[in-house]
Design a protein around this ligand. Sequence first.
Ligand code: DON
Length: 560
Amino acid sequence: MIFTAYFFSATSVFITTFFSFSFYFTPHSYAVPFESQKIMITGPSQLAVESGVQTFKNGGNIVDAAVSTALVLAVTSPYFAALGGGGFALVHIDSQSEVLDFREHAPAKTHPQYYIQAASPKASRLGGKAIGVPGIPYGLWELHRKYGKLKWHKLFNSALKYSKKGFRVSGEWYKHTSKNIEKMSPASKKHLLISQAALPKPGQIQTQKALFKALKLFRKKGPKAFYEGRVAEDLVSSISAAGGEMSLEDLKNYRPKWRKPLYENFAGYKLMLMPPPSSGGLVIGAALNLTQRLQLKKTEARSLNEYHLLAEIMKQSFSKRHLLGDPAFHINPISEFTSDDSRKKFLKKISSTKAFIVPSSMPIPQESPETTHFSVMDSKGNALAMTLTLNGNYGSKVISKKYGIALNNQMDDFTTRPGQPNMFGLIQGKGNEVQAGKRPLSSMSPTLVLKNNKAVMSLGAPGGPRIINGVFQVLYRTLVQDLNMDEAIQQPRIHHQYLPNVLFYEKNKFTPETLNSLMKKGHKLKEIHGVAIVNGIRLNKKEFLEGAFDHRGEGYVSGY
Ligand code: DON
């Protein structure tokens, strides 16, 4: 029998917990994490990761490695990393820290009523109107312009080879593509089929001849080749044929933005977190701070009580997310997440015995693994974390006619219809209403951890709002419980996003006793397959790079 006692600092609540030993999760096994010394990359695709490692071997730095990884992902994994998407990158290089925001922005024709007035209720998810101005090409260029070491054209070797000569499609490629192809027009479909009507099956070779032409232009002329000229014309006419209104001007005006990271001191480390237009950094910072205020580390790891308190922490940390939006258009109430006062208010709503009841009910969102993340670290304390997305798999389901570029449906991340949940079940606020040139609020949370101004960890994930809680739980398991990267990533996870008032738990990972006890505390439970897909690297006590990818998705880790 285990008897634990806690003293909550702010509220002076004295809690006792008996019998926590009987509520363990279902046991499962871990792999030995991969270790290396000079460079490590962990991400979703073997070919992309190996291309990044090879680029480093050829004399590149972490940024060169990341750009070449992302370019291969655009070929091998277009469902979540095509050039028609957007993303965020956190970089710590030569002791300098920066964030690059290359998220899509809203075309000039859009406005707050755009989707309320649209004929189809699905206009923000499917077809031309769902597409935000893509950011990935300019983002990769800008990252390299500022921090790259090798010549730009040297980063394209693998992406050009795989698009021209082909690559063997993965099981995930087949799954995501076969699920979405029926929603595409014949012009979009033709880029994915290998013969008249057949999709390649896992292990079969797929080329991307149209995309190869776009990549060659991009290699030669940089972003002008994508945002102006023939490729831009192809994008505009394909979007228009699918009912959208993006113009050549919209593309020409797109620029990524350098931002200052958010910092949070935690457990002796300095965390470098993603600022708005992501909600991720603010929510993660508040959640980790609450673990300290609750002295969660004294609660047995993976016990019923730990999962209950984690759920309560998530709920409170998410409760103000709807107040956020793009900082160029909206004044974000940052202190609602960061001030001592706000955090004390969150703490007051957390009880160890019963679940806080969120006063509203809503439909339960669908699961969807449709974004991707990769991390890069070297032996010198440099690191990069990059999350890329089209939002949904194959985004809007529009693939440009001449150059084969799959286009996002990121517009659904805005408050498209006030009061109604988006595809991730998020109720969004006024600060995130649709406005021309604005970036939709995101949950993507690429994260770096620094010690003595050197990066000691890099991680991130896909999973919509579940990204935030996936990254939060892995940070807690590594930084507080000192699990290795693989153990930390493979632990059973839960997710609560305040609204709907549902505690999501992963299938086959919790015992019926745990689930019953959580219900008795007042949690409304819902089973899901996975809470985000976290890929991460840390510098371990042996001073080796130690990396792992998540069993919940496709992944690969390599280095030397
Ligand atoms: O930016 C965001 O928060 C979303 N567009 C990310 C989408 C995502 O992670 C989908 N994966 N399940």
